[in-house]
Design a binder for this molecule. Structure first.
Ligand SMILES: [Zn+2]
Length: 48
C-alpha cells in the first residue's frame, strides 16, 4: 500500500484580515469562521 501524496487533497487558505492560515482536506466549508478574528469564508483567499 503506497501512501501517495498526502498534500494532494489539501487546500490552504489565508485570512485577509488577520493573516491566519488554515488547511482543509479539500474545499473550505461554507460556514467556516476564522479561529482568530471570526470572519467568514468570504475574507479568505486560497494559497497556491
Ligand atoms: Zn482572520
Amino acid at each position: 500500500m503506497t501512501p501517495g501524496n498526502p498534500e494532494a487533497g489539501k487546500q490552504k487558505y489565508v485570512c485577509n484580515l488577520c493573516r491566519c492560515e488554515v488547511e482543509f482536506d479539500g474545499e473550505m466549508p461554507d460556514d467556516f469562521k476564522c479561529p482568530r478574528c471570526k470572519t467568514g469564508k468570504e475574507n479568505f483567499r486560497k494559497v497556491e
